[in-house]
Design a protein around this ligand. Structure first.
Ligand code: GLC
Length: 496
């Protein structure tokens, strides 16, 4: 038990910045462990070593005790190693273990999907069973026993079930508590019933009371059922998943069973990485007292995207996974009208094939108005935040969202839908009281989206009011400190 103040936390995740990233989970998996360690706790991270992770650059080395470990996945014997490196921040150095297995991870550059076919890898069940099981071997072989295993999303959600069944007699694991953080309940890790035998879990769990949901293996549901405590990445989202069936991803009843163990802690942002005064990636640093320099970034942004630079015309930026739940169906519906406005529009992201096609065509159709980069590029992400005037997030639902916070601190006004973390971090601008820091629409409707964009464009014409709005956003403190402290209280609460 953790009676002393300092806690040991094993943080298990499927992506971590700067090694590998598809979404906000990677940012959280980097910033939160560092902040916890800064606060005096011991944190170690486990993540798969995908083929795209540069071993040399990150000095990933072998650990003799963690070499050539074996486990069974169904009837297949799998050999893997855990190798080690550090996540080096400014103040904290967090030890990170990379799960190394060529077949499942090393030979593939992308994380969850086949980049050519666009669908999920067929053996995602086996890949993340391996990640879950490796955690117990790691603890056993190292003799480093955490107080809490902090797991994230479906990829790590079998861990509590393993602890409470397969590994329940191992003395070392007995007192460990588990916290599941849900970053997105829409992704659940659903596999056919036949996947059950691969897990190695006892047959008593092979039903809808155990790890199945609607007769399919469901990783996230398993986490929901067996984790000691559950959290989501904003207050509003934690309430929405209990109440709104579409947002709960069909798991409303399951969540409500755990309602008393469910907490909402909003994510923070890393002020060393996302800070216009210190950002080395952007064209020119700026602050609320040197806003003129933001224009240099606007120019560079136009240049990078091959658009003519027209300083007076507002640029709307967007960085997102191209998926329905991020509001792309809405955007697609209104795109023609949006393109009729006097704006420039830049988009960065990857996702569903239908959207790749749509935006590739749009780029040709609306040359010099719309441009996109359908991939992941961190440098470009920084430049979009720095060089845009407005940032669009019309999400159907949004567990937390980070880009609206990055936007605010870069003086880029967010235009968002009132849902989840967006509702918790962006306040609609009220022309009368002059309160608020962005533009918010409520109904998931293309007309409302268009109307809120128009409101923003109107205010943009009022230079003074716009500048005031920019400065208000740039002042907000979104640092991790408060949220990390909330996690510590939550850990301590579980350990009581
Ligand atoms: C997921 C969610 C996003 C959240 C992020 C980090 O990507 O969709 O809203 O900010 O996880 O928690």
């Amino acid at each position: 038990m953790a009676s002393a103040k300092s806690l040991k936390i094993l943080f298990v995740t499927s992506e971590v910045v700067p090694f590998v990233k598809t979404g906000g989970l990677a940012d959280v998996s980097s910033a939160l462990p560092q902040k916890l360690q800064e606060l005096g706790h011991q944190v170690r991270i486990v993540v798969p070593k995908y083929g795209s992770i540069d071993e040399r650059k990150y000095k990933i080395h072998e650990v003799v005790r963690l070499k050539d470990l074996t486990t069974m996945i169904g009837k297949k014997e799998v050999v893997y190693s855990l190798r080690s490196s550090f996540l080096v921040g400014s103040k904290a150095r967090v030890q990170i273990y990379f799960l190394d297995n060529d077949e499942y991870f090393g030979s593939r550059h992308s994380l969850y999907r086949d980049p050519v076919k666009g669908n999920n890898f067929k053996d995602n069940d086996e890949r993340f069973i391996l990640l879950s099981k490796s955690v117990f071997e790691l603890i056993d072989k190292l003799g480093w026993v955490p107080d809490v295993i902090h797991i994230n999303d479906w990829q790590t959600s079998l861990i509590p079930a393993y602890q409470k069944t397969l590994y329940k007699d191992n003395e070392q694991f007995k007192n460990i508590k588990t916290l599941l953080t849900i970053h997105n309940i829409g992704q659940q890790g659903i596999f056919p019933k036949t996947s059950f035998s691969k897990t190695g879990l006892p047959d008593t769990l092979n039903n809808n009371n155990g790890i199945l949901f609607k007769d399919k293996v469901n990783f996230l549901k398993t986490g929901l059922k067996y984790a000691d405590t559950i959290s989501t990445v904003s207050e509003s989202y934690s309430k929405e998943i209990c109440k709104i069936p579409e947002i709960s991803g069909g798991l409303k009843a399951e969540i409500n069973c755990r309602k008393k163990d469910l907490f909402g802690i909003v994510n923070g942002i890393d002020p060393l990485i996302w800070n216009p005064e210190k950002d080395k990636i952007i064209a020119k640093k700026f602050s609320s007292t040197s806003l003129i320099n933001k224009l240099t970034n606007k120019e560079e942004l136009a240049d990078k995207f091959g658009l003519d630079y027209e300083p007076e015309i507002p640029t709307i930026g967007m960085i997102s996974r191209l998926e329905d739940d991020k509001g792309f169906d809405l955007l697609k519906k209104t795109f023609k009208e949006i393109m009729a406005l006097d704006i420039k529009f830049v988009l960065l992201g990857t996702g569903e094939k239908k959207y790749h096609k749509f935006f590739e065509e749009a780029e040709m159709k609306y040359a010099n108005k719309f441009a996109c980069y359908l991939g992941f590029d961190d440098d470009l992400a920084h430049l979009i935040e720095a060089g845009s005037d407005m940032f669009l997030m019309p999400s159907k639902y949004e567990p937390c969202g980070l880009n609206q916070m990055y936007s605010l601190v870069y003086g880029t006004i967010p235009i968002v839908r009132k849902t989840g973390g967006l509702a918790d971090t962006v306040e609609n601008y009220d022309a009368k009281t002059k309160k608020g820091n962005g533009f918010v629409f409520t109904k998931y409707d293309s007309k409302d989206l268009l109307s809120v964009i128009n409101k923003a464009l109107t205010l943009y014409q009022d230079k003074k009011a716009w500048e005031r709005l920019m400065k208000a956003g740039m002042k907000v403190d979104f640092s991790w400190l408060k949220s990390a402290k909330n996690y510590v209280s939550l850990y301590k609460n579980i350990l009581k």
